[in-house]
Ligand binder design. Structure first.
Ligand code: KG4
Ligand code: ZN
Length: 345
């Protein structure tokens, strides 16, 4: 086997990203260049990601960004072994931006195209910065996804649970909006919650507690938070801080309770494997969430690892990595590979 150099492209949500990565024959990887362009300011007035605005921004920026990272890596397209793009799941107009650019490059430069599942990219992301043996348990918690997955290898993932309504990040974003906190809501809620004095005065539901399975649900929490907020007369900063604290601990305890169940399932399925829980996605940056997960992990002898923040959130290095791993296994896609809004692992 030879070293593989792959360009990765990502545009499935609200980040436009490109990266060039080299995978050595022993499987070690080096990121040669990487760029991420966010769109928070464009979506902030709406309190959430607006698909049409996202798609336009991706379409405007994707080609230029791909050229930039190639220049930074000192490579031209025909020196690549392949180009990998997120082909789903995600907002379809955005997904098409990266996939079209990738198809154009693959055709023009005569290199392989790899259509990557965005979730596989997240699942492999901890391997960008450290050696990590399969299998491991992944908790993916972002604005778009909330999933528990056993990662057994490239193309071999078992989903244990996912959200039946909102994503964990959405729960933060939507409750932040109710309280008049900014977007993205997660960091705003975390900041506001630092001033909480009496969050217990809000009685928020503990979702699905004791219910079997590893699925998540956040809609009831959002409704309860809205009701609690609307019941306040002339709410002020202290009310906001207390409710933010209550929401944050409800989300953290829900995530850790469900993840605890998944860890138990992992141990049953792989009694001999080393016990590793990877927490990825923007919500994994939350300190209260991390503390709750650490406690649940320690109780079961799991080590909790989180990729560095830039690989926790949407990025193209993880797409390039998934592409390189697939290429190394001889898995390539045709130029007719479809963009897919839904694409479960
Ligand atoms: O992984 P990410 O950047 O990908 C998506 O675009 O989905 O995740 C963004 C989400 C947002 O919902 C944001 O509110 C949430 O992650 N988030 C946080 C924190 N930082 C970002 N949630 C809670 N606490 C944080 N510190
Ligand atoms: Zn993502």
């Amino acid at each position: 086997q030879k070293a593989l150099t792959v360009l990765g492209l990502e545009s499935s949500c609200d980040d436009t990203a490109a990266a060039v990565l080299r995978r050595a024959p022993d499987g070690s990887v080096t990121v040669l260049a990487e760029r991420v362009l966010g769109q928070d300011a464009a979506h902030a007035p709406y309190g959430g990601v607006v698909p049409e605005i996202a798609a336009r921004a991706h379409a405007e920026r994707m080609d230029g960004l791909a050229a930039e990272v190639l220049a930074e890596a000192g490579l031209s397209a025909h020196e690549l072994d392949g180009v990998a793009a997120t082909a789903g799941p995600g907002l379809i107009g955005g997904v098409m931006a990266a996939l079209m650019t990738a198809k154009g490059l693959a055709l023009g430069a005569g290199i392989a195209l790899v259509a990557v599942n965005h979730l596989e990219g997240h699942a492999l992301s901890p391997r960008l910065t450290r050696k990590l043996d399969f299998p491991y348990l992944l908790l993916l918690v972002s604005g778009g996804h909330t999933q528990l997955v056993i990662v057994e290898g490239v193309g071999a993932m078992t989903r244990l649970g996912s959200t039946i309504d909102d994503a964990a990040g959405e729960a933060f974003d939507k409750t932040a909006k109710i309280m008049g906190l900014g977007f993205p809501g997660g960091p705003a809620v975390e900041r506001a919650a630092r001033a909480a004095r009496n969050p217990e005065r809000f009685d928020l539901p503990r979702m699905l507690t004791g219910k079997p399975g590893c699925d998540f649900s956040f809609a009831g929490l959002k409704t309860a938070a809205r009701r609690a907020w609307d019941a306040l007369e002339a709410p002020g900063d202290q009310d906001r801080a207390d409710l933010a604290g209550a929401v944050q601990s409800a989300i953290a305890s829900h995530l850790s309770e469900r993840t605890g169940r998944a860890m138990d399932r992992f141990i049953e399925a792989f009694p001999q494997a080393s016990r590793t829980l990877v927490a990825a996605g923007g919500v994994a940056a939350n300190q209260t969430v991390r503390a709750a997960l650490t406690e649940a992990a320690q109780a079961r002898g799991f080590e909790l690892i989180a990729p560095p923040l830039k690989y926790c959130t949407d990025n193209a290095a993880m797409i390039a990595l998934a592409g390189a791993e697939r290429l190394a296994l001889g898995l390539v896609d045709g130029l007719d590979a479809p963009a897919r809004a839904r694409w479960p692992l």
